[in-house]
Design a protein around this ligand. Structure first.
Ligand SMILES: [Zn+2]
Length: 390
């Protein structure tokens, strides 16, 4: 049911590199692209390199003074000392930072254009999903917010209802901020609770403002949430909202840092649950958005064991040739992993937890359960604002 798809890829995106001691190692992008190739998925869809986002596109979301600061830091990294969040521990300045950040943004914008025009139904940019970048500053390993830029471009092209679904372990704060007062964009973020994780926002009570009141949705899950709770929370919130909002296009962000092996966060989700939610996003796009689906990467710091497998599943789903969880990983890729990282790569496309079983919200909830409490807090805060029962 999913014929035409494209993968956005330009090898130069691996130049998005904050240096050897930074957790966002670009080897994760390179290994993902190679695993996609090892499964032959790159023959199932078009592999396309879009041009970098230009100044006028960047300005759809970002302030001009911030763009100027990124360019200055990019030309003279030693001169960045924390202004606009640049030259910090999280976002060190590096030579060529503006160019590669604009290139990643351009892949997401190009994905949005292709899907909106109807050239393809689905487009994937796993180098994107840099959801923390703010209109006026860098944050959380993110310089330009390619997700917000893709959405802004859709609006510029005439879209009236865009749904953004963010399942990264961190709150999608930059995208929420960009469309805080805009009723045309419904942002939904499922993440670890702000009391235990960066960026300390994403409380259920954050619901948007002005004309956008009720267009921001936040599900704050307790540390330790596992597969059944995470998938249950997704299904207890997202489908009903999309049925009501009737998006013309869905942009989803698939940060792989919800995984139990991720070193920077505290959810306990497996690759199999990540895959289940990717499948659900794909189905929701067909059910509610005429198949129009832009899927992005995001966080993910278990760069050998988790990220390549998670986003290879995402590409397979978009390509209409999903990789079965039990499939063995081609030996050539594992040799490449060892050569590049001196680590042993995983052997299968599963963590052994497929299929993911979970109880549906409709079959009842337990007010004493912490995950159900989180879901209830979200539904009570925002569902009535959208005319839905909490
Ligand atoms: Zn993240």
């Amino acid at each position: 049911m999913s014929g035409r798809a494209q993968l956005m890829w330009d090898e130069a995106v691996t130049g998005y590199d904050f240096g050897p001691s930074h957790p966002m190692d670009p080897v994760r992008l390179d290994l993902t692209r190679r695993l996609v190739g090892a499964f032959g998925l790159d023959r199932e869809l078009a592999v396309v390199a879009a041009k970098p986002a230009g100044e006028s596109t960047l300005r759809l979301v970002h302030r001009e003074d911030y763009i100027d600061a990124v360019k200055a830091a990019s030309a003279d990294p030693a001169g960045a000392h924390g202004e606009y969040g640049l030259g910090t521990v999280d976002d060190p300045a590096f030579a060529g930072m503006h160019e590669v950040s604009a290139l990643i943004a351009g892949q997401s914008v190009g994905a949005a254009e292709a899907v909106w025009r109807g050239d393809v139904e689905h487009a994937v940019n796993f180098a994107g999903g840099l959801h923390h970048a703010m209109p006026g500053g860098a944050s959380g390993f993110c310089i330009y917010n390619d997700a917000a830029l893709a959405i802004a471009r859709l609006l510029e092209l005439g879209a009236e209802r865009v749904a953004y679904v963010d399942v990264d372990v961190h709150h999608g704060d930059g995208v929420q901020a960009a469309f805080w007062e805009d009723p045309r964009v419904l942002t939904v973020s499922l993440h670890e609770h702000p009391s235990t994780l960066f960026p300390q926002t994403g409380w259920p009570q954050e619901t948007g403002a002005g004309a956008g009141e009720g267009s921001a949705v936040n599900v704050a899950l307790p540390a330790g949430t596992g597969d059944a709770g995470w998938v249950r929370a997704f299904h207890a919130v997202v489908p009903e909202l999309l049925a009501e909002f009737r998006p013309q296009v869905i942009v989803s962000q698939h940060g792989a840092d919800t995984h139990f092996e991720d070193p920077l966060a505290h959810l306990a989700v497996s690759l199999d649950a990540q895959r289940a939610v990717q499948v659900a996003c794909h189905e929701l796009a067909h059910e509610y958005a005429d198949g129009k689906w832009i899927a992005l990467g995001g966080g993910g710091y278990a760069v050998v064991d988790v990220v390549p497998r998670s986003w290879t599943h995402l590409v397979g789903i978009a390509a209409g040739r999903p990789v079965a969880p039990e499939e063995l990983i081609p030996e050539g890729w594992r040799q490449e992993v060892f050569a590049r990282t001196r680590q042993l790569g995983p052997q299968r496309m599963t963590d052994g937890r497929w299929p993911v079983e979970y109880g549906t919200w409709e079959s009842g909830y337990d007010p004493a359960d912490r995950i159900d409490q989180a879901v209830l807090a979200t539904r009570r805060a925002v569902f009535p604002l959208r005319g839905l029962l909490p």
